[in-house]
Design a protein around this ligand. Structure first.
Ligand code: AMP
Length: 356
């Protein structure tokens, strides 16, 4: 595709902090952004040229959105896949394509997809009844994790089954179709953020090492403690996924790293990712700029990392420390403009760079 000229409008489905940071990056390259969200007064709307507030099921509003923008992308993966289809039907160019969105929305489809590409995952089984759970647990063994197939994120919708007895009544407690996964005894959690252009060019950032608290990302550091072989495997997996989906834009894969350096894929996010926020100050091209470049047909930018990195999420009340962080010369402070600091809510982040 020929590159979109500056002055074009990029549509973003979703109004959260990822949309906000995409909008800021798009503005830097001379684009306008139109946000489509069902949330009034969203973090992204307040830095974007235009916002449409409507339901993702409102096809008339989606068609209006499609007319106003030259390309549409998404900033959270739970956008109903038929909203993306409705946009395509209304003539919009959608990147990444809805197939990536549909696969990433279902943990069973996602893990099956990884396996078809030769990418290892924990053992898993689809669970649609207590009997299916009992049978799968007998095969996979405890400890294991029961997760909802759809609409789970940041550790929500998960039940840990440490012993076979914990499975009693667990399907009813989950309350939705699920997936049982064998517990992976990993040494660390790793993510790779990669991008692909319409021309098939692929580019990846250095591996990120991630720490979670209560299922939510709390800290990312680079360089990750992973050998060159592990890094090569992660890059190869990302390339396979991007190519298999004919993907355009930034995509993230989260892995568990095993004691021998092997990688087991946990999930993918068809979008920019929290573990890539460090790229704003820490790489020659941020993940947000890279995504905008990819979906507008611009050349991908260099992903070179400029320093060692620590990125800390500000969750809930952590953001109340803004005045102290603002006075800390080592802290690059980002606040997402969310009105109330509910527990578990991502309010901002801080990146620190150490030059070696
Ligand atoms: P998820 O929502 O799948 O990203 O899971 C949230 C967190 O739970 C992960 O970041 C891991 O720390 C942990 N976790 C999820 N699945 C597994 C697994 N199969 N084995 C071990 N830990 C897991």
């Amino acid at each position: 595709m020929s590159p979109l000229a500056p002055g074009s409008t990029i549509g973003v489905l979703g109004g959260g902090q990822l949309g906000r940071m995409l909008s800021i990056a798009a503005a830097q390259l001379g684009f306008d952004v139109c946000i489509f969200t069902d949330e009034p007064d969203s973090p992204a709307a307040r830095v974007s040229a235009k916002t449409i507030v409507a339901s993702y099921q409102d096809h008339a509003a989606l068609a209006d959105f499609a007319r106003r923008v030259q390309v549409v992308t998404t900033e959270f993966e739970n956008v109903p896949a038929d909203a993306a289809q409705a946009l395509i039907a209304a003539g919009a160019r959608v990147a990444p394509n809805p197939r990536a969105l549909a696969i990433a929305q279902d943990r069973f489809d996602e893990k099956s997809f990884f396996n078809t590409l030769g990418i290892a995952t924990p053992s898993f089984a689809a669970i649609d009844s207590q009997a299916a759970l009992d049978e799968a647990l007998a095969r996979i063994g405890a400890p294991a994790i029961l997760k909802t197939r759809r609409l789970g994120y940041d550790g929500r919708g998960q039940i840990r089954i440490m012993h076979a007895e914990d499975a009693r009544g667990a399907y009813q407690k989950l309350g939705a179709p699920g997936i049982l996964e064998g517990f992976c005894a990993f040494t660390r959690e790793i993510s790779i953020i990669a991008a692909r252009g319409y021309d098939g060019a692929v580019s990846a950032y250095d591996l990120c090492e991630n720490e979670h608290a209560s299922g939510i990302l709390s800290r990312t550091v680079l360089p990750a403690k992973a050998g060159a072989d592990t890094e090569t495997r992660a890059r190869e997996a990302a390339r396979r996924v991007l190519e298999a989906l004919d993907y355009v834009g930034v995509l993230t894969i989260e892995f568990f790293m095993l004691p021998d350096g092997g990688l087991v894929a946990n999930e993918m996010a068809p979008r920019v990712h929290n573990s890539g926020h460090w790229t704003i100050e820490g790489a020659h091209t941020s993940q947000f700029a890279q995504h905008i470049r990819a979906i507008t047909g611009w050349p991908l930018g260099p992903t070179t990392r400029v320093a060692d990195i620590e990125m800390l999420n500000l969750i809930g009340e952590d953001a109340n420390a803004w005045a102290r962080l603002a006075a800390d010369p080592s802290a690059h402070l980002h606040l997402y403009g969310k009105r109330d600091a509910r527990a578990g809510r991502k309010m901002g982040h801080v990146t620190r760079l150490t030059y070696r």
